[in-house]
Design a protein around this ligand. Structure first.
Ligand code: XIL
Length: 336
């Protein structure tokens, strides 16, 4: 047993980065606890060795108007990470969601739209070159039926699938040291969607596109079966020569009026958290492991999936939940 005061970061091999999404809600743009909550800063620094801006690097946050960038929040996160010896995962350059209205409403020729994207990628990635170690270059580009998300992704809709290759090339040129990922949800199991990603990655690699990793968001739900073949799935991407990462882990369940899980679900949640850690640690090249937030009260889950919640490792005044102890033990046990 590790000492209960041991943090996740202390329990883990230093090369296995334990991350958290840094809260900053799209709906409350000024709610950046990193900036005005000392306790939040302390926990973030003590428990985690990697940070992902939850919203602050998305187009909708960064790009208030054409040609303008608002780096205040992302700069604060990257500076905090540097001060505390943490890595940063950049999220995300290319997505169908959270694009600014001016971009959605704009009418652009193909060349103009390509230029918008190229300039964005060059500007953002080069600003943080050497300070953001991993980028989710493309996010959620495969639909649940395994086809490319063509219509809903404004870039692919107008510019065609070739733009996916371009965006990786531009990111690589802007920071040749950054590890570049594709990232998606519902890809934890072997199945239609993860198979489509496997094929996509194979094609990109064959064409010499600089993709280096595949990120599995892992927004899991106690009401669904646990993805028991997670390790096997991670392994097949590793066998392609890719890094893998658990990028947005949370495990939600049905909550009562106080936002709490039943005792049985709390225990089951802890068990499942441990399984995800074990699968990641057993896979060579899977060394970036991120929770999508710190405490239940700040998680995106209750809003996105009403009736569910309590998906993270801490609650209240940063009280560690049973899952925290299980994750800590899994991290400190000898790897297979
Ligand atoms: C979520 C944020 O957590 C929310 O604050 C925001 O309102 C919507 O986006 N997949 C992703 C993340 O790649 O960017 C999403 O984050 C959660 C699902």
């Amino acid at each position: 047993m590790t000492n209960p005061s041991t943090s996740l970061r202390e329990a883990a091999d230093p090369a296995f980065r334990i991350g958290a999404a840094v809260h900053g809600s799209e709906h409350h743009k000024d709610a950046m606890p990193l900036v005005h909550e000392q306790r939040y800063r302390d926990v973030l620094a003590a428990e985690f060795s990697s940070l992902t801006p939850e919203n602050q690097l998305k187009w909708s946050w960064l790009r208030p108007a054409p040609g303008e960038y608002d780096f205040a929040a992302s700069d604060a996160i990257v500076e905090f990470a540097q001060q505390h010896g943490q890595h940063v995962r950049g999220h995300t350059l290319f997505w169908h969601n959270q694009n600014p209205q001016w971009l959605i409403d704009g009418t652009y020729s193909d060349e103009e739209l390509r230029t918008q994207l190229r300039e964005h990628v060059q500007t953002v990635v080069s600003r943080y070159a050497g300070r953001i170690q991993q980028w989710d270059v493309v996010n959620e580009i495969i639909d649940d039926d395994g086809t490319l998300r063509t219509e809903r992704n404004l870039w692919i809709a107008q510019l065609g699938p070739q733009i996916i290759d371009d965006v990786f090339h531009w990111a690589h040129e802007a920071d040749p040291t950054a590890v570049l990922f594709g990232n998606d949800y519902s890809v934890e199991k072997i199945g239609t969607k993860s198979d489509a990603w496997y094929d996509l990655c194979q094609g990109l690699l064959q064409r010499g596109v600089p993709i280096h990793g595949f990120g599995l968001q892992a927004h899991l739900d106690l009401a669904h079966d646990h993805p028991d073949d997670l390790q096997e799935n991670l392994q097949r991407f590793a066998d392609l020569g890719l890094r893998t990462a658990i990028t947005e882990l949370d495990i939600r369940g049905q909550v009562d009026a106080d936002g709490k899980l039943s005792d049985a679900d709390t225990a089951e949640q802890a068990r499942r958290y441990g399984l995800v850690v074990d699968a990641a640690r057993q896979t060579p090249g899977c060394d970036s492991f991120t929770f999508w937030g710190v405490r239940d009260e700040q998680s995106w889950i209750p809003q996105a999936f009403p009736g569910t919640g309590a998906a993270l490792l801490f609650n209240g005044d940063f009280e560690p939940k049973p899952a925290h102890a299980v994750v800590r033990e899994s991290l400190s046990s000898p790897a297979d």
